[in-house]
Design a protein around this ligand. Structure first.
Ligand SMILES: Nc1nc2c(ncn2[C@@H]2O[C@H](COP(=O)(O)OP(=O)(O)OP(=O)(O)O)[C@@H](O)[C@H]2O)c(=O)[nH]1
Ligand SMILES: [Mg+2]
Length: 278
């Protein structure tokens, strides 16, 4: 599953991060609560080295709550992991907990008169800029549902004096694991134009049928659970009028509906991976 997407600004962003991280007190790594493993970028792990790190599981409002609990238990040995959502009703938690955690972690490395410095890193579209807006209490960074919107480092000062920098999303040049690539694409970290889109739709259909059959049956008002991923896409296409000339079903459009309804949470709260069992 080759992806042809490592835009120039990411090469630059990686270089800039390598320069910036040594002067930071804390790194805030944003992971996608629906896939905390697939969204963990090995390049970021390498760049942050031994810097104190707060791991934020974003979009927890879209993830399956039971699976998020399992992830938090998995990370239990590490008290610097928290699940948040930056949707309007859910911003309080991040605002209350993240600055306190950063403060706690950084005390060892900085003098009391210096402002705390933190850098926000993560894959494209994971919610880095949204988190900054949440922490600021107003919109200071550009947010979009497309990946690679932030193209340059942007510095903001939080109300408590903490210096925070937003950064472009980073992927890594060779993603080895095909399933991880498909999860990243399904979650919206890779643009729809950079990967064979129908395979993302088929992957989504297969996974939802296996892990959340009741949600798809309810959402698309199906009489029974389709017997294959292709059959699910055909049902969606038939019900939503995705027809080509001649009456054949447009599976590309059906895939688009399924993927979009997953991303927006319309399908329900879904996680794409569970923590490894011991
Ligand atoms: N439901 C939900 N949506 C979120 C959350 N956080 C971010 N989003 C949405 O996810 C999309 C991407 O958010 P951004 O903040 O632009 O992501 P980013 O990591 O800065 O993206 P790049 O700058 O492109 O790397 C936007 O549509 C946000 O509204 C969350 O906690 N819950
Ligand atoms: Mg951004």
């Amino acid at each position: 599953m080759a992806i042809q997407w490592y835009p120039g600004h990411m090469t630059k962003a990686r270089r800039v991060l390598a320069e910036v991280i040594p002067s930071q007190d804390v790194v805030i790594e944003v992971l996608d609560a629906r896939m905390p493993a697939a969204s963990a970028n090995p390049v970021i792990a390498e760049l942050r080295g031994a810097k104190p790190c707060v791991k934020v599981l974003s979009k927890s409002d879209l993830a399956d709550p039971a699976v998020t609990e399992a992830w938090l238990a998995h990370f239990e040995a590490d008290p610097t992991v928290l699940a948040i959502a930056t949707t309007p009703a859910r911003t309080g938690d991040a605002r209350a907990r993240i600055p306190v955690l950063c403060e706690k972690l950084s005390q060892r490395t900085r003098g009391p008169d210096k402002p705390l410095r933190a850098v926000i890193v993560g894959i494209p579209n994971v919610g880095k800029s949204s988190l900054i807006n949440t922490l600021m209490g107003r919109k200071v960074t550009l947010v979009s549902d497309k990946p690679a919107v932030t193209k340059e480092l942007q510095l903001v000062t939080l109300p408590n004096g903490m210096l925070l920098s937003d950064n472009p999303g980073l992927l890594w040049p060779k993603i080895q694991d095909d399933d991880a690539t498909l999860r990243l694409a399904l979650g919206g970290a890779i643009p729809d134009t950079a990967i064979e889109y129908q395979s993302v739709g088929l992957f989504a259909a297969a996974y939802f049928l296996a892990a959340y059959p009741a949600l798809v049956v309810a959402r698309y008002k199906l009489k029974e659970t389709p017997t294959s991923p292709g059959a699910l896409l055909e049902e969606i296409g038939r019900r939503r009028g995705c027809l080509r000339a001649g009456g054949t079903i447009d599976l590309y459009k059906a895939a688009d509906i399924l993927v979009h309804e997953f991303r927006t949470g319309t399908l329900g709260r879904i996680s794409l991976e569970s923590p490894p069992t011991a």
